[in-house]
Design a protein around this ligand. Structure first.
Ligand code: BG6
Length: 483
């Protein structure tokens, strides 16, 4: 149902996500006059606080996490905020919460960013207090389960109160401008689509490398590991956007229908198609950092790195490997997609290449998602000269830097877009239940394969590109990771 909410209720309002992302995003939207004047934001959490206390808390978060030039009208923004203390494990406090929310003239958007164990009691509490009507939307933040079974339990609990068209599952990568730009690149240009298939593409690489380690998220991360923390959601969404068929239009059903087909076509991985790692002490940018065990304070078998050779079993992608890798404490923070095209079928220069050789390199498209937002296409060109000793060819780049191409555009937080879409009711950039389930099904099979092989993570030094086996995973196919 289409409505623009005028109440936003944040569960987990005093948590890390709220401080770093949600409150800063909302304040930035306010500063850009993208929030209607009557939109009220109600925070709730277990901490005992009143409205003034929450506004102070929010001010501190904004001063810490939002650049000063995006904090315009902060005092007015803080006036939109109020707060209700709540113990979500019992029904008791929910009527007071409903009273605090008051009557939404247009509609209510709820953002649930709490421990998964609180999802079910929270939904029951909301139903009990009448906060589940047809003018209420429910937005869910990860982790949504630890496997297909637990994810289905959460989805069932939410579905008992909210139909799918009012459920908004966040994958914050979809809120990133450069991820959306992938769709523009593929579907707003004629030149890529005819080549976007197994006949012309040799392989695809998707890398999400981070320099950070545990960042204090000890319990959560050690239970999750890189596969469930990064591959199950962000990397599979990137893969789906790269591999999907052109949707009929840019709307929630069309886009998600195409993504889910890709996710369902992922082949179960076989022995030898994954490598896992865990970092040991090393150095990042010249600074010494401890190993994972030291940060954790105990031994653990949790992987902080994973590399996978994946396949999408359909006509378009038959035989094209998708190499995925992600890890903590890698040498640089970079998210990129590399599309490696095939060689031309025949070199007309072969007889004219002299001693130096007219070496032909296949084209490569590198889509930089972060920190650099750029598109880089390598093309072959003739080295200038009179060619008396043979024709020489060299690969030269066609570079587009997004910040240079769009000077003056804000670099936005991914949650700005997603929160606005939630308030306005656009599900295109949110993950549908069938997608989440297809993602988990594939991930569960990866974990089953690991268990079967009794695979434990191999060590890598913090500041390196993961265990050497990850390099071998690609190199045995004659492929080098893009670095
Ligand atoms: C989160 C993971 O989903 O994404 C974190 O839980 C990870 O472990 C983060 O650090 C990465 O997000 P971004 O936007 O910094 O690439």
């Amino acid at each position: 149902m289409s409505f623009t909410a005028d109440r936003l209720l944040l569960f987990g309002a005093t948590g890390d996500l709220s401080q770093r992302m949600l409150l800063p995003s909302l304040c930035a939207l306010h500063a850009d006059e993208l929030l209607a004047p009557d939109v009220k934001i109600i925070g709730t959490a277990r901490s005992d606080m009143d409205d003034a206390g929450f506004r102070n808390f929010a001010r501190e978060a904004l001063e810490k996490f939002l650049p000063a030039d995006r904090r315009g009208g902060m005092a007015d923004f803080l006036n939109r905020l109020s707060y209700q203390t709540l113990d979500a494990t019992t029904l008791e406090g929910f009527n007071d919460l409903a009273a605090k929310v008051g009557t939404a003239e247009r509609g209510l958007a709820i953002f649930l960013s709490t421990a998964p164990s609180l999802f079910e009691p929270t939904i029951k509490g909301l139903q009990h207090a009448g906060l589940d009507g047809e003018h209420v939307r429910m937005c869910l933040e990860k982790p949504l389960g630890t496997d297909l079974g637990t994810s289905c339990e959460i989805n069932d609990a939410v579905a008992a109160a909210f139909p799918e068209d009012r459920i908004y599952r966040i994958d914050h990568y979809l809120g990133k401008e450069t991820v959306q730009n992938l769709l523009a690149l593929r579907f707003a240009n004629i030149m890529f689509e005819p080549l976007w298939n197994a006949a012309h593409i040799d392989h695809v690489q998707i890398t999400v490398a981070e320099t950070v380690g545990l960042e204090g998220r000890v319990a959560f991360y050690d239970d999750a590991g890189a596969l469930r923390d990064m591959v199950q959601n962000h990397m599979l969404q990137l893969l789906a956007l790269v591999a999907m068929e052109p949707p009929g239009n840019f709307d929630a059903t069309a886009v998600r229908d195409e993504k889910v087909k890709v996710l369902r076509s992922l082949r179960k991985i076989s022995r030898g198609e994954t490598v896992t790692g865990q970092y040991r002490a090393g150095a990042i940018n010249g600074d010494a950092v401890p190993g994972y065990d030291d940060e954790l304070g105990e031994d653990s078998d949790t992987e902080t790195f994973v590399a996978i050779k994946a396949h999408v079993d359909n006509w378009r992608w038959k035989g094209v490997p998708f190499y995925l890798r992600t890890g903590k404490r890698l040498p640089e923070r970079v998210t990129e997609i590399v599309v490696q095209f095939r060689c031309v079928p025949h070199s007309i220069f072969a007889g004219r290449d002299g001693a130096s050789g007219a070496k032909m390199e296949p084209n490569q498209l590198v889509i930089g998602i972060q920190p650099e937002e750029n598109v880089h296409l390598s093309m072959m060109a003739k080295v200038p000269g009179l060619d008396r000793e043979g024709i020489r060819l060299r690969s030269v780049p066609l570079d587009i830097s997004m910040p240079d191409a769009f000077v003056g555009a804000h670099k936005r937080i991914a949650y700005e877009r997603l929160l606005l879409d939630l308030i306005e009711g656009d599900q295109t950039l949110f993950v549908r239940r069938d997608e989440v389930e297809a993602q988990w099904e594939w991930i569960d099979a990866v974990r089953a394969e690991w268990a079967d092989q009794e695979l434990t993570p191999q060590s890598y030094t913090a500041g390196s590109w993961g265990p050497s086996a990850a390099i071998a995973l690609a190199e045995k196919d004659g492929v080098s990771w893009h670095e």
